[in-house]
Design a protein around this ligand. Sequence first.
Ligand code: PDD
Length: 291
Amino acid sequence: MPRVAYVNGRYVPHRDAAVHVEDRGHQFADAAYEMLMVIDGGLLDFAPHMERLHRSLGALSIAPPMSDSAVRVVIHELLRRNRLKNASIYIQVSRGVAPRDHAFPQTRTPPGLVMVARRMDYALIARRQSQGVSVITLAETRWARPDIKSTSLLANVLAKQEARDAGAYEALFVDADGMITEGTASNIWMVAADGTLVTRALDQSILAGITRQAVLSVTAARQMALEERPFSRAELKDAAEVFLTSSTNFVMPVTEVDGQKIGAGKNIGKPGPVTNSVIEAHREHVQKETT
Ligand code: PDD
């Protein structure tokens, strides 16, 4: 079956889907992106993803290339042409094509827009959720604005590869104060001994995850205790439970940090009961949103 991508107004075969050599996204990572999930043909959290895209573009002074409803039309067309019902949708908006110069182009250039649909295997995620994943921690090496979902991801790429080389699933960044910021492509949570959920409050050092927000609202609805505050690597390793959240992982138990198993007693190194109830609560949100 042919794969089709969307590139600047055209649906093109995936193998030929390319941007210009002077696209500023390509040369400078002068671009923002979103990644959202489609489940059984339903778009998960479309509105908050578009709101965040507008915030990122606003921070970069890039004009939105089309309306949100037009983006939705392109997504459905991509799904139709690729015959997909379960997919991830990658949306990237760059400052467009201009002769290389660090400053913004002086003449108005239209923003570049590419979208790619890719088959998602949700059964694989569910299997991973039942086992849990391991993470490593690394010094924060990213630029000072990870709250903008820009394509400047080199530090994330290198950290993720370090995780892979260490046999781990994800790498978490630790800031200069010894506090965990977030993962290379995920937000991080711990469960304290009394069952309280703890996650870092939103600031410029982390991305405002859409899954993070969904988990905040479904756990608030279930009256689960929550603290939004930074926590250290030592506190994380001592936590009763740990999990991460992202569009591509939903709620994923973390069972090992830097080679040390998380939890105690019969739950050691296994997804814990609080995490499992967060997974369940988030699944209900996904169902409601996509049907
Ligand atoms: N990444 N933090 C970072 C640095 C991320 O890249 C992501 C998501 C998140 C979680 O955000 P959300 O819940 O909105 O997916 C947190 C996407 C999945 C990616 O880069 O592919």
